[in-house]
Each structure stands twice: as structure tokens, then as C-alpha cells.
Design a protein around this ligand. Structure first.
Ligand code: HEC
Length: 270
């Protein structure tokens, strides 16, 4: 609480009782005093939406208070009429008529000219993977695990081609709806999601990732993302329950085969 502001508001409200202004001036002064108290009197500051809500309640309460008593209502009405027609109020009236639209215009201008703000929390698209994951009950060491079929790429191209073929089937049965016909992240469901599905053709996805990293992301999906990648409403499913280990390695092989990218090699430990 900011004691100086709250103290000043309380003093102003007490002074108002002694000054006995007319009903209209009293209502306006009370409204302004409460606005000042909510807006600057509370630390840490209230969000603007809360202040607006409180002021809505205050406005209704003041209207109810003024209109509840017919005598008060009558005098408030005559105050308004006087303010609008009396010669001596011409200057304040003009100020109100000019100042109100100007204030609104100024507020809109200030709100519009604010530059776009980055999200409150940064999200990490490629967080470091955990050291190990459990996959169908067994522990997979992501630092050490390799795609078991990668080594036959050179030595046994025919069997390797069968794995590519199987990966293609897995992809078209499960992934194509989101990641797209050409793996550009533009499948038929893609536009319903934010973030949109990963574009595997792009140089910033699988081209710079290790196969073990893909294994983790495919097995664990969005639910497996660590804290630094949330809040992030990724729609990527966890495939552990639906695909076998070999099917995941096969679909990984297909992703690289189709896009022409090479998986990132494991770093040598020095
Ligand atoms: C329901 C839509 C959906 C389906 C189906 C889907 N994905 Fe995803 N996938 C996403 C979204 C959205 C992302 C991006 C957000 C993220 O990284 O979690 C993503 C990200 C990924 C990533 C991470 C890429 C990177 O750069 O980090 C991989 C790998 C991946 N998907 C593979 C697959 C595979 C393989 C399948 C099929 C077995 C599949 N996905 C099915 C929505 C989907």
C-alpha cells in the first residue's frame, strides 16, 4: 500500500464531508478519489483490468447511491442541468467537452504506439534432452543410443531400403496429418495448432538434431518437454504407446531419407 496516496485520498474524502459540495461534484470527486486510490495507492500495482472492474463497481454503487434518495437525485439532476446551461460554467463545460475526447484519443494513441512485447516467458524450441528416458519400461541412455539401423545404410542397402519403406508407412499412417505430405509442417491439421508442427525440410529442425534427440521427441512428444519449453501448447503426441521401438527408428530413417538431410553426428567427448 502506498500510504502517502491512500492518506491523501482519505483526507480528501474527509474534507469532502465538511465542504458539503453539491451532489454532482460530490459524486465526481468521490469517483476520482477512489480511482486514484486503486490506481496509485496499492503496491504492487493492480492490473488495469482489475482497476477497471473496481471502477465499474464504484460507478454502479455511486449511481445507486445518488438515485436511491429522490431528494439527492433531484439535486444531482439540477446540478447537471446547471452545469450545462449556466453562464458561469461555460469555460469548465468547454474544457470537459474538449478534454474528454482528447483524453480518449490520447489513450488510444498511447496504446497503439506500444511496440509488440515478447512473450513473458521465453520458450526453448530445442531444449537439451534428458540424459535417460524410460521407454516401455526399459531405460534408454540418450547420450549413448544410436539408430540401430543406421550402420546397415552402407553395408546392406537392401535391408536398409526395407526400413525406409517401413518408416514411410509409419509416417503416412501417423505423422502426415500434421507434418504434411512433403514434411513441411503443413499437414491438413497443421493450421489448427499453435505452435505449428515442425517443418522437417527446414534447416533448423532434424538437420541439426541427433537421431537420439528425435527418438526422445517422438517417444515422449509434447508431454515430455521439460519446463523451459512450457508453457507451450504443442500438439505433438507421445508415440511410445502406439509405435514399437523399431518403428520409431524406421520413421526417423524415413524423415532423413525423404528430406535429404543427414542426422547430426554425436559429439566426441574430449
Ligand atoms: C497432432 C499433430 C502431430 C502429429 C500427428 C505428429 N506431430 Fe510431430 N510435432 C507436432 C508439433 C505441433 C510439433 C512442434 C512442437 C514440438 O516440438 O513439440 C512437432 C514436433 C515434432 C518433432 C520435433 C522437431 C524439432 O525440431 O524439435 C519431431 C521429431 C516430430 N514432431 C516427429 C513426429 C513423428 C515422427 C510423427 C509421427 C509418428 C509426428 N511427429 C506426429 C505435431 C504432430
Amino acid at each position: 500500500m502506498n500510504l502517502i496516496v491512500v492518506g491523501a485520498v482519505v483526507a480528501a474524502l474527509i474534507a469532502l464531508r465538511f465542504l458539503k459540495p453539491n451532489a454532482l461534484a460530490w459524486t465526481a470527486a468521490t469517483w476520482v478519489a477512489l480511482y486514484v486510490a486503486f490506481r496509485w495507492g496499492i503496491e504492487p500495482p493492480l492490473p488495469a483490468s482489475i482497476v477497471n472492474m473496481f471502477m465499474g463497481i464504484v460507478t454502479i454503487a455511486l449511481l445507486a447511491f445518488v438515485s436511491a434518495d429522490s431528494e439527492r437525485l433531484r439535486s444531482a439532476k439540477s446540478n447537471i442541468v446547471n452545469f450545462l446551461v449556466r453562464k458561469k460554467y461555460t469555460v469548465p463545460l468547454l474544457i470537459v467537452l474538449v478534454a474528454l475526447p482528447l483524453l480518449v484519443a490520447f489513450k488510444i494513441y498511447v496504446d497503439m504506439s506500444r511496440s509488440p512485447q515478447p512473450p513473458v516467458t521465453g520458450r526453448t524450441i530445442h531444449p537439451p534432452p534428458p540424459a535417460t528416458i524410460s521407454f516401455k519400461g526399459k531405460t534408454v541412455d540418450l547420450g549413448a543410443v544410436e539408430n540401430p539401423f543406421r550402420e546397415i545404410e552402407e553395408t546392406d542397402p537392401e535391408v536398409f531400403a526395407a526400413h525406409v519403406e517401413n518408416g514411410k508407412r509409419v509416417y503416412h499412417q501417423n505423422c502426415v496429418f500434421c507434418h504434411g505430405d512433403h514434411m513441411e509442417g503443413d499437414g491438413i491439421f497443421a493450421h489448427g495448432f499453435d505452435p505449428i508442427p515442425a517443418n522437417f525440410q527446414d534447416a533448423t529442425t532434424i538437420a541439426m538434431l541427433q537421431e537420439s534427440y528425435l527418438f526422445w521427441r517422438i517417444a515422449k512428444g509434447a508431454p515430455g518437454l521439460p519446463m523451459e519449453s512450457t508453457p507451450w501448447a504443442s500438439a505433438m503426441p507421445a508415440w511410445e504407446k502406439f509405435l514399437t521401438e523399431d518403428e520409431i527408428w524406421d520413421v526417423i530413417i524415413f524423415l532423413y531419407d525423404y528430406t535429404g538431410h543427414r542426422p547430426r553426428a554425436k559429439e566426441e567427448l574430449h
